[in-house]
Ligand binder design. Structure first.
Ligand code: PLP
Length: 432
């Protein structure tokens, strides 16, 4: 850093806005392709894609040109007053891709707001503020979004506009730790749902919200089909399903365009954010017209679907489809997963290597146990940085290394990052 930006950061930003690297904070100043450069001129391969935000990578000509064309118009703008061509175009594409008949798209600026909107649509439709959520989930940081976030330190409880019941068995790890097969796990989850519904006292439940793969929770995926099995039970009660696809959408999981498609289910509402703007603030919810249209007309967002973000969004989505990035995510994700399993699958600190497409998590444990090891995780994380690779960390116990590289990752870059990861894990394993 050319000046002490960290000290300046700490002097004016809230104390809880910490950087990923603490005292070794990095200031990124530019990016190109899958690489970013810091203020000292050091280049890193970015396996976290921003925060899964730069789905195409950095400085992508198609996105830059679309945004520059829009900027050149002078930014005539207001979502709430005039027609916006780029917004209509993007909504048409997302509605078509959602699989929801007669779908409507409501644009917001963040995933949190998208989930707020989805909660509004479902609670309004069902005339109930009761929501089902999944333990270990993450849906954002507004009051309602925190209330449905399945971590004790987040759930906002009494002051929240929604009342929440928890489903514990959406957490695949619990099933695995109990030694359940996928089928047994699904049965247990349905049983859990039935029990929750039998004991819910605050009126009819409006909706279940779930991430097909838990992101912040540590890239934990439910067994295939679990959401579909739950939906059958929900349908008996008229309860709606919201799929939070903020991390899992647009082909990232390789096998499917949306994460929920691994579950043989069609959600009533899908929320999206992060990657679709490739760095620009763009998010929203797509859902059944009868749900979306029914809320009061005052429910709009000033900047939601603004011309610049939607110009970027159109370019991003066209790029994803034109270049079949879903297939690229599957192929490069397989290189990483297979490579990791072969090289460090039996390392003592590696509890589990899991993933789908380019959403890959490595869970670290104390050797010979299933006890989480956040210290080993941190060690690997730091070694990766030293080796020139940026990754994410997290999970309920802080013991998961998370990777969500841009979907444009090349095979060579996958192998380059893999080599750094393997070295980092071996180093940390030798010290454990
Ligand atoms: N939902 C999921 C699954 C997320 O991972 C996130 C952010 O990490 C959000 C919602 C909140 O999105 P945002 O930070 O854009 O408000």
């Amino acid at each position: 850093m050319t000046d002490d930006l960290l000290a300046r950061h700490q002097a004016v930003l809230p104390s809880w806005v910490t950087t990923y690297y603490g005292d070794d904070a990095i200031e990124l100043v530019s990016g190109s392709g899958r690489r970013v450069t810091d203020a000292n001129g050091r280049s890193y391969l970015d396996f976290f894609g921003g925060v899964l935000t730069n789905m195409l990578g950095y400085d992508i000509a198609e996105v830059r040109e679309a945004v520059e064309r829009q900027l050149a118009t002078g930014i005539v703008h207001s979502s709430t007053l005039y027609l916006i061509r780029r917004q209509v175009e993007l909504a048409e594409k997302i509605a078509r891709l959602s699989g929801i008949p007669d779908a409507r798209v409501f644009f917001t600026n963040s995933g949190t707001e998208a989930n707020e909107a989805a909660l509004l649509f479902t609670t309004n439709h069902r005339r109930s503020n009761q929501i089902l959520a999944v333990r270990n989930s993450y849906h954002g940081r507004s009051f309602a979004a925190m209330a449905i976030t399945g971590h004790r330190s987040w759930s906002a409880s009494a002051l929240s506009p929604v009342s929440v019941s928890w489903l514990s068995s959406g957490d695949r790890l619990r099933g695995r730790m109990k030694g359940l097969s996928d089928a047994e796990h699904i049965d247990a989850a349905v049983e859990d749902l039935r029990e929750v519904l039998a004991t819910t006292t605050s009126g009819d439940v409006a909706a279940l919200i779930a991430e097909p793969i838990q992101g912040v929770g540590g890239f934990v995926h439910a067994p295939d089909g679990l959401l579909g099995a739950l939906k059958k039970e929900l349908d008996n009660h008229g309860i709606l399903l919201i799929a939070d696809e903020v991390q899992t959408g647009w082909g990232r999981t390789g096998d499917h365009f949306w994460g929920y498609q691994a579950h043989g289910v069609q959600p009533d509402l899908i929320t999206f954010a992060k990657g679709i703007g490739n760095g620009f603030a763009l998010a929203g919810v797509v859902g059944r017209a009868e749900l979306v249209n029914a809320v009061p007309a005052t429910s709009f967002s000033t900047f939601g679907g603004n011309p610049v973000s939607t110009a970027a969004g159109n370019a991003v989505l066209d790029y994803v489809l034109d270049h079949d990035l879903q297939a690229n995510a599957k192929r490069t994700g397989t290189i990483l997963l297979d490579g990791l399993r072969a090289a460090v699958g039996d390392a003592g600190i590696v509890g589990e290597i899991r993933g789908r497409g380019l959403m890959i998590g490595i869970e670290f444990v104390r050797p010979g146990t299933t006890e989480p090891d956040p210290a080993a995780t941190l060690r690997v994380f730091d070694e990766c940085r030293k080796g020139g690779l940026l990754v994410g960390k997290g999970g309920l116990y802080g013991n998961v290394l998370r990777m969500g590289p841009p979907l444009t990752l090349t095979d060579d870059e996958a192998r380059e990052g893999l080599a750094i990861l393997v070295d980092a894990i071996r180093t940390a394993d030798a010290e454990a």
